[in-house]
Design a binder for this molecule. Structure first.
Ligand code: FES
Length: 154
């Protein structure tokens, strides 16, 4: 099915309308988050519905999903028709668990930071902020002690 000119957006138009840089759009396309068609001259043209995909990507990033997770979520959308409201709703429901996890992590960080601001001891054995010589890196990425790991005994 061919698209009318009105239904197609140039990369500049999509960038302006979505609030993304053209470089970000090219990167998202490279990752498979959005798709374009090419004109005879090789220029990208995007369906207007791509704006929904980009709004979804932005919302997902705001709740802390990685672009890989976003791609996995988008893979659940139908490819044979423009996704309906029910399709989008079904995909968004898969985030519920992730949002709950994010809230729990933030509450934990808030509680620990509040405690440390009042405490100020920077204890070697129990403080979530003190991390001499980045020993927490052995546990993985991120603020390990604030995420619940116990500080390593020294
Ligand atoms: S400053 Fe005392 S526990 Fe973090």
């Amino acid at each position: 099915m061919s698209l009318s000119t009105r239904d197609r957006l140039t990369i500049g138009e999509l960038a302006a309308r979505s609030g993304n840089a053209t470089s970000a759009l090219r990167y998202y396309e490279e990752l498979g988050l959005i798709q374009s068609e090419r004109t005879a001259g090789g220029q990208r043209r995007y369906r207007r519905a791509t704006l929904r995909w980009l709004a979804f990507v932005r919302a997902a990033q705001r709740i802390g999903l990685s672009l890989g997770e976003v791609r996995d979520a988008l893979a659940h959308l139908p490819v044979d028709h423009v996704p309906s409201a029910a399709d989008w709703s079904r995909v968004a429901r898969t985030w519920q668990h992730r949002i709950d996890e994010q809230i729990a992590e933030l509450q934990q960080v808030r509680d620990q930071l509040t405690g440390c601001v009042g405490c100020g001891c920077l204890s070697l054995t129990r403080c979530g902020l003190y991390n001499p010589e980045d020993t927490a890196a052995r546990r993985g990425s991120g603020a390990r002690y604030l995420l619940g790991d116990e500080p390593l005994a020294r």
